[in-house]
Design a protein around this ligand. Structure first.
Ligand code: F6P
Length: 320
């Protein structure tokens, strides 16, 4: 049994990270284990920005987006010297195990740290992109998808009023999950994702024919990894002559109060992570499979690429 652990958030923030940290903290305290909070991701580990947390330190945060611990992407941690310094700072405080909440890159860093130093590490998938291999869910993806849907609903109002084509660019540098689920649930005619090739010429011809047949407006959702919204919008306008407007949701989709799903899932994952690390388990990530919490090998999680469910792509085409 470990007696002292630390928890941190890393990489892009996501709604529900706070619920995860709260659950890790309170579960550990419930087990009589000390919990340290690390501020600002791996930066805080290197710069000794760590504090011992009590239950009250995580009160009044479950409803907040972002991460109260702060987060960052840390170049220094990518070097062996950086990681050794981080490890030393943990050991100096008597910290025996670490819970890292973050996306692909953050979990990769955690995996290397544990391999190099042997310190037990448990990961939780925290990213709006929902692209961590082995889990059907990542903390924050539900809130982000709902934020996008809210924007789509509004865009549809104005698109229909003006008989316009709207191109909406959403996040997803390497993953089309957000674009796909928000596009399907927002009734988009076209959903462009990095996982699938698309033919803009064909799309424009179809679109023009649909307008000629009386279509009032059209919605195209594009994941940032599949192309730039304004470039796609320009091509559509040129090729079809249709009145076209482009919106980019940007970081709005990363903030906001977490949904019920993100709060509950993050709380469940946080409890599992705390109990696992306290019992000395290491090199695992907790995620969801068919609605159940499952453990995934950390090495596998960071060395495999999650595929976009082909059923989504099929459904999107059928319903367009
Ligand atoms: O959180 C993941 C992500 O949303 C990516 O889809 C996106 O490309 C990236 O973050 C942008 O984040 P930042 O502006 O923090 O670099």
């Amino acid at each position: 049994m470990l007696k002292s652990i630390a928890v941190m958030t890393s990489g892009g923030d996501s709604p529900g990270m706070n619920a995860a940290v709260r659950a890790v903290t309170r579960t550990a305290l419930h087990q009589g284990v000390k919990v340290w909070g690390i501020r600002g991701g791996y930066h805080g580990m290197l710069d000794e920005e760590m504090f011992e947390m009590q239950s009250k330190d995580v009160s009044d945060i479950i409803q907040r987006g972002g991460t109260f611990l702060g987060t960052a992407r840390c170049r220094r941690f990518a070097t062996p010297e950086g990681r050794m310094l981080g490890y030393k700072n943990l050991v100096d405080r008597g910290i025996q195990g670490l819970v890292v909440v973050g996306g692909d890159g953050s979990l990769r860093g955690a995996s290397i740290l544990s391999q190099e130093t042997g310190i037990p590490i448990v990961g939780l998938p925290g990213t709006i992109d929902n692209d961590v291999w082995g889990s059907e869910y990542t903390i924050g993806c539900d809130t982000a998808a709902n934020t996008i849907i809210d924007a789509i609903n509004k865009l549809r109002d104005t698109a229909s009023a003006h008989r316009r084509t709207i191109v909406l660019e959403v996040m997803g540098r390497n993953s089309g999950w957000l674009a796909m689920v928000s596009g399907i649930s927002g009734g988009a005619e076209y959903i462009l994702v990095p996982e699938e090739e698309y033919d803009l010429d064909e799309m424009c011809e179809e679109m023009k024919a649909a307008y000629d047949a009386g279509k009032r407006y059209c919605l195209v959702v594009v994941a940032e990894g599949a192309g730039k919204g304004h470039e796609i919008g320009k091509i559509i306008a040129e090729k079809t002559g249709l009145d076209t407007r482009v919106s980019k949701l940007g970081h709005i989709q990363r903030g906001g109060s977490p949904s019920v799903i993100d709060r509950v899932n993050a709380s469940r994952l946080g409890e599992h992570a705390a109990l696992a690390i306290i019992s000395g388990l290491s090199d695992i990530v907790f995620g969801f499979n068919r609605g159940h919490v499952v453990s995934i090998n950390l090495h596998d999680a960071v060395n495999n690429k999650k595929q976009l469910n082909p059923e989504f792509m099929r459904l999107a085409r059928v319903l367009a």
